[in-house]
Design a protein around this ligand. Sequence first.
Ligand SMILES: *Cc1c(COP(=O)(O)O)cnc(C)c1O
Length: 481
Amino acid sequence: MSELAFWGNDVFPVEMHKVRVIQKLNLVSVEKRLEAIRAAGNNSFLLKNEDVFLDMLTDSGVNAMSDKQVAAMMIADDSYAGSASFERFEAINRKLFKKEYVLPVHQGRAAENILARALVRQGHIVPMNYHFTTTRAHIQANGGTVRELFLPEAVQPQSDIAFKGNMDTKALATLLQKEQGRIPFVRVEAGTNLIGGQPWSLANLQEVASLCRKHSIPLVLDASLLADNLYFIKTREASCQSMELIEITEKIAECCDIMYYSARKLGCARGGAILTSNKALFKAMQPLIPLFEGFLTYGGMSVREIEAASVGLEETMDFDMVRHGPEFIAFMANELSDCGVPVVLPAGGLGCHLNAREFVSHVPQTEFPAAALSAALYLASGVRGMERGTMSEERNMDGSEHLANMELLRLALPRRVFTLSQVKFTVNRILWLYENRDLIGGMEWEEEPEVLRFFFGRLRPKGDWQQRLVDKFVLDFGDRR
Ligand SMILES: *Cc1c(COP(=O)(O)O)cnc(C)c1O
């Protein structure tokens, strides 16, 4: 890596790509935004994209592809069995991750379904650095429970530790000792999603791996957000600064018995894969692929997606291709933080995370502050974020609300999609909203699904605060959008 030169003190991230295909955006009026968020039950998942200006809901399946990825899609080899496209996919996976067996799946949670069905039984405990929504749902659906072994700093929105995603290895050592026979595998998640896209260090992963080996328990890596984690290892871990991303990847892969990923994120494409060199583990999972995904040479992916993923994986090893996300996110988080807006620090990958608990500190956690902030930001800007707080949790066994460790509004920056001016527009509207935060009120359930309720649950505002927020917007900005 050699850094860009800047004259003077104005340092900012620069796109190391140019835009050659565009999609026109639409910013509807504030009155229309109020109608739209009401029709969506105040759940940003239920908004229509035509009513959204900047879509920061997720980084899943919406990253910008490179010219080479699009070109590769044109020469895909369409066949049910034995496709040359799959052979290319298998080869690049073997080259980067050094695993013998490559099982294709249609997306990340499909890999979690296969893994949990093959390995998790009633009464099992799966230790992990932090849970992800779909991961935990699959483990629980198979009778297991999740045990999170994170550092105290992981759930403090602001701290200055570089690797908040690290696993608490002391706690892991104790648990592996105490629960022998009940632990089917240990799971580590790259770019730990729900705590703000926070990385772990290579040194921490190596320690986890050596504990797993000592107890003969497989180590599973969820590599969906590996690109960001690689960026942070290279830029924050002193011993890795002179290593190429491909060398760091190799060191990571050496630690893991199974790796899986969503290619909707890793490789900026679609689909996903499960990788292992362990024949017994492979044999336990392989029969489930044709049952749930498709034949072993496509696994629910189209051959075009397979080609795009292969090129995307290779491009993930190019520092200039992966730096855009983390650097734009850091710019956004630092601009906001400099103006006093509470955000998760240090900035992680995946997106900029507003700390709703502090932003709307007058809204109690039982009234879903992150969901309220999500609706309020949409009203203020047409920007769509995602609630990552209590609404994204599942209820306790006894039916009571399980309050989340953190109430975050995630503003994902899909890889290579947004320009710096779009990030600055979002910052500008957040600053307006922060100035007017007292107008934001709480939410309550209107309709609550039983499983993964955040996807299509509906909320209603407590009182008429949304109308008052819109009135203030009109007062300040007139008929401007
Ligand atoms: C998104 C994600 C998944 C699930 O992937 P999908 O392709 O959306 O099903 C699993 N794990 C992590 C860490 C993720 O970020």
